[in-house]
Ligand binder design. Structure first.
Ligand SMILES: C[S@@+](CC[C@H](N)C(=O)[O-])C[C@H]1O[C@@H](n2cnc3c(N)ncnc32)[C@H](O)[C@@H]1O
Length: 424
């Protein structure tokens, strides 16, 4: 079908209409006229399609950064994981800003820039901040974590195809760091394996973790590796969580530190209160809080992965008031909610930093936070819609959204990170 592409949707696809039905189009840019092939039409309300030919190109279209994901290939043969790789970096950021603004308006009840705003395009263009160095490298070579998959029959290794679980052989991984490209076994056969994780730590040699088919553990996942955030060292299990973009840990560390510094300057931060770093991983953001508030800060980092908590305890060892707890966040908060008197008061004076996985904190945890009623909530989010939904709940309960920033730490994909500050 031929389509006029009118907008961007959450999830990295564009929007068009055909016979009154919404069509989500992959590999397009808003403003383009394209020929597209329908890839899914089971639902009455919408269909999915992928561009096969551009009839009128956007000035922001570029040759795809990854030959194996380009339009020249059949849609089913395109490698996944670089769905914005055909768009200039500047426009990618503007599209991410539009997605964030739209999510905040529709689900969060917050207007970031109104249609009457003279400088709507300017507001949105500046909303999503680039990572240092990305404009110089065209947003390539930044990934220090890559998961490849193994074809069960042939043993061939590669990324999944876009929107599918079919393994696509590729010659290179342009979004990945040099270290990862040096060890990537793209021409090898890994019969019996299911996944190959490639990791390029800041202060260790690159390494590979093999996940065998039918087994949960991956070889080498428990090895401790060394990461660096500016000149501060962090221990991390090779198989545990660490931000993907080489600059992302420093960007988020600095952003959280600055947000806490603003709260301190406004007289709203109490280092002796019950401060929390929820979904804390290896303690990166608790360390950021301490960088602003000083080493005497009281802060508890809560994380469900016991290996990460062990590393957090090491990483936060110099902070005498820091504690790393292995627990699910909802369970930990329900324990805290049993406290009474002075302990509850310390929580009301506290600041909660949270950095949940893609699904967001969700209704239950947000409701628990509202009941605990901390003075400030600093919310780091990788999903704008989940953030927007939780924003609505927090605002309805009397929290004000006082700051919102966003960071383009996943160039050439539709993903980005946001940081929202709420004050009670
Ligand atoms: C996005 S990461 C953030 C980690 C850390 N803040 C950082 O920046 O490195 C989310 C973390 O939450 C943990 N996690 C996921 N679900 C959880 C839950 N229900 N309770 C506690 N931790 C959880 C994951 O293991 C992961 O380490």
């Amino acid at each position: 079908m031929e389509l006029d592409v009118t907008g961007i949707a959450h999830g990295g696809v564009c929007v068009a209409r055909h016979d009154g039905r919404v069509v989500f189009v992959a590999d397009a840019i808003p403003g383009e006229r394209v020929r597209a092939r329908v890839t899914e039409a089971r639902k009455k309300s919408f269909a999915r399609a992928a561009v096969t030919e551009v009839l009128e190109a956007s000035p922001d279209r570029r040759p795809h950064v990854w030959a194996e994901a380009a339009l020249e290939r059949d849609p089913e043969e395109r490698a996944g994981g670089a769905e914005f790789g055909h768009i200039t970096l500047e426009r990618q950021r503007a599209l991410k800003a539009e997605v964030l603004a739209d999510a905040m308006k529709r689900f969060g009840g917050v207007e970031l820039a109104s249609e009457d705003d003279q400088d709507l395009a300017g507001v949105l263009a500046d909303l999503v901040e680039p990572a240092p160095g990305d404009d110089e490298t065209n947003g390539l070579g930044y990934r220090t974590r890559v998961r490849l998959h193994v074809d069960a029959e042939s043993g061939m290794v590669g990324p999944y195809a876009a929107r599918s679980r079919r393994v696509i052989p590729v010659a290179s991984l342009p979004l990945a760091s040099d270290g990862i490209n040096q060890i990537a076994p793209l021409a090898d056969s890994f019969e019996g394996a299911a996944t190959v994780d490639l990791i390029d730590p800041a202060a260790d040699d690159p390494r590979m973790l093999i996940g065998l088919a039918g087994e949960k553990t991956r070889t080498g996942a428990g090895d401790v590796i060394h990461e660096l955030v500016e000149d501060r060292g962090f221990l991390v299990r090779a198989g545990g969580f660490w931000q993907v973009h080489r600059e992302a840990p420093a960007i988020l560390f600095t952003a959280v530190r600055d947000a806490v510094q603003d709260l301190i300057d406004a007289g709203r931060f109490d280092p002796a209160a019950s401060n929390l770093d929820l979904y804390g991983g290896v303690g990166l953001l608790a360390a950021a809080m301490a960088e602003a508030a000083g080493p005497a800060i009281r802060v508890t980092s809560v994380e469900s992965d016991p290996g990460a908590t062990d590393d957090a305890a090491e990483n936060l060892a110099e902070l005498v008031g820091a504690l790393a707890v292995t627990a699910r966040v909802d369970r930990h908060l329900s324990e805290l909610l049993k406290a009474a008197g002075p302990a509850r008061d310390r929580m009301r004076r506290g600041t909660v930093v949270l950095d949940p996985p893609r699904s967001g904190a969700g209704g239950d945890v947000t409701a628990q936070l509202i009941e605990l009623s901390p003075a400030n909530i600093v919310y780091v989010a990788c999903d704008p819609v989940a953030l927007a939904r939780d924003t609505k709940t927090l605002r309805d309960a009397g929290y004000e959204l006082t700051s919102l920033r966003a960071f383009d730490i996943f160039p050439h994909t539709h993903h980005f990170e946001s940081l929202a500050v709420f004050e009670r």
